[in-house]
Ligand binder design. Sequence first.
Ligand SMILES: [Fe+2]
Length: 402
Amino acid sequence: MFVTPITFALPLTSRLFPPQKPLLFSGANSSLKLADFMVRNGSKRPLVVTDSFLHENGMLDDLLAFLKQSGCKVSIFDEIIPNPTFAVVEAGLEASRANQCDAVFAVGGGSAIDAAKVMAAASTSKKSIAQLAGILKVDQPLLPFYVAPTTSGTGSEVTSAAVISDSQTHKKKFFVDPKYIPIAAALDTELLKSLPAPMTAATGMDALTHAIEAYICRNRFEDTDRDAAMAIKLLVEFLPIACADGENEQAREMTALGSFLAGFAFTKASLGYVHAISHQISAHYNTPHGLANAVILPRVLRFNKVVSKQRFAALEHMLSPARPQMDDHALANTFIDRIDALSETVNIPPHLEELQSKDFDAIAYDAISEARWSYAVPKVMSKKDVIKILTSASNGNRSVSF
Ligand SMILES: [Fe+2]
């Protein structure tokens, strides 16, 4: 079972407490501009939260030197691991308290950002980390919280949620509150350009999935439509360039901006069946989230084509205008084919070898359950539909029809 309260809570809390985007700094060395902004806002004792790989490889050297030159007393917590636990957050919290830190500055992927969110909340709260788990449990403003992501896909730098594993039970716990959205974020191409091509592709396709699912869901808003459409335009154009040439600064920046906008769109709107199915695939086979999404995405688009035809047509028109001879049906088909072609260009495999038909019943049951309770999907799937998608994802036939 992988029904997560996070995905149900995001659209609900966004209606009750409309989230605000962080202030955004962008481009080469923008993490230094972010640091300067933090210092000018009065924080001089930041806790820098990162992982040992980034720290030991000198990725933070410029930032740390800048902070010290600015008169800061910097504390570094570099013990972030993938799927961080309560114990990791507790250790960071101890470092924050022992050094009387007055801000939290996360540099890393989704794990570092998620852990830093909870450290920043626990630093000002009398609640334990376990007591902060859940929806709207943050009782005090966070320590001023700043973020410089080193991957482009999760959107954690703009979402109101964090995922931390309970050290005892090993179950994932969800922390959802608009207060987790940072004050400001930096999309620093100097930090982003070392991400290897396969991870760039998978995380970029995850971001594209966030944007498309937000754009076609039934919980959409004017601003989420605008952000999702812009994210799709940026990712379709620049993701292939970022994968082919990781040093291309413009492509890195535009891909990161696409991920940022997509993250905000889905936080406020919703996700859909691509995530509902890929979550179960990852739970069964440990498939990376972005890769599972990338393979499932075009199949779910084909399933949605009848009800989302006009939405897909609008996106295709935005991507390549001035084709009056094509009706919505033709434009929608062209859009879906475009997503197939993008997947191929960035070397996403056409199928997932790990899928086993003996698991399809359980995966379909849990995916339908997750979507029912979590997402404002445009069209409801039956178990048979999910199994058809899983079958086509295991045999590589992208052009499954419904
Ligand atoms: Fe995702």
